[in-house]
Design a protein around this ligand. Sequence first.
Ligand code: PLP
Length: 398
Amino acid sequence: MLSKEMVNLGQVRSVIREMFEYGNKRAAEIGRENVFDFSLGNPSVPAPAIVDETIKKLIAEEDSVKLHGYTSAPGDMSIRNTVANWLNDTYGTTFSGNNIYFTTGAAAALTITFKAIAEKDDEIIVFAPFFPEYKVFIENSGANMKIVKCRESDLQIDFDALKAALNNNTKAVVINSPCNPSGVVFSEETIKELTNILKEAEAKFGHPIFLISDEPYRELVYDNIEVPFVPKYYDNTIVCYSFSKSLSLPGERIGYILISDKSFNPSLIFDAVAGAGRALGYVCASSLFQRVIPYCLGKTADIEVYKKNRDILCEALKENGFEIARPDGAFYLFVKALEKDANKFCENAKKFELLLVPSDSFGYEGYVRISYCVSTEQIINSLPAFKKLADGYKNGEF
Ligand code: PLP
């Protein structure tokens, strides 16, 4: 009568959502200020002022029917050209509006991209730890997800494991740098090595292998760290970009797919993307927010707050003996649990009202994710609880 698969998907809440709901329950019982909820990746700083100013300006000045009407499915061509020109000025590339397809955020960009490329028996490689929705999106496209674990020493790519995973069925490899859940940024050296391996694999298997770069956190980097611009290193790149985090507007749903003009057949890939967008019923991305974007390119929300949170938390956690993967970007820390079983560790953390996400759903065991996109006050107030948790393990209480 119904799709069992979809019923199951709708009924099983993600671990992150479970923890968030638990946090709401505890907040009602003991007060929000006494619960240290680090579960969700919802930006905690407002959108830059230019966002609201532009919305007001557009509403005051533009024809309302046009402003709220459908745009063409890939988005308004003049705005796609503006985005392409901005990318060219920033990265020295040669894109045009024909390489850009506006989407309702990175989630839609990914589902459309997977649907556009997947054929029966195809494999799509993801690096663990990974954003848990990849599994849902890839399986929905009909492809199989293949997991390659990152090196435990620094959570960068394990190239030998990647080489072993590549085969004739490999259709794409997904990267996410800065990474959710680890905050790790792939260095230029890493991207060069990765793309060399993929070029060799393309030659060996005689077909293109896409590199899908999922980039909702591109601008969220600290200490002048550079995020390499992937299309410069690899021709068959598809970027799934989102403004959700950089402009702090995840509820507005705006992003784009960038198909490299150097890929083997950009216009055919664009057709497949347009077909997948159509088959999935996306129609077009928000007309209002497409029009906001040209005013906001290169702008970010106040990421200094995130940097401050990261620095305070990292220092305190390290002082208490926690091991943390180098967190150069996004707003997550991936911290080694103080016991093998991350779920048990999170249960113990709950005793101090610390809500952390166990790493199993990210495809990696023995860690927890801490989302530090919260108020700095919450970070500071939570430090004694982290100390008590660490002391509990030192004293053999758990
Ligand atoms: N990819 C990653 C790695 C994410 O962390 C998220 C959201 O948290 C998304 C994609 C989806 O982002 P969007 O809000 O743009 O759909």
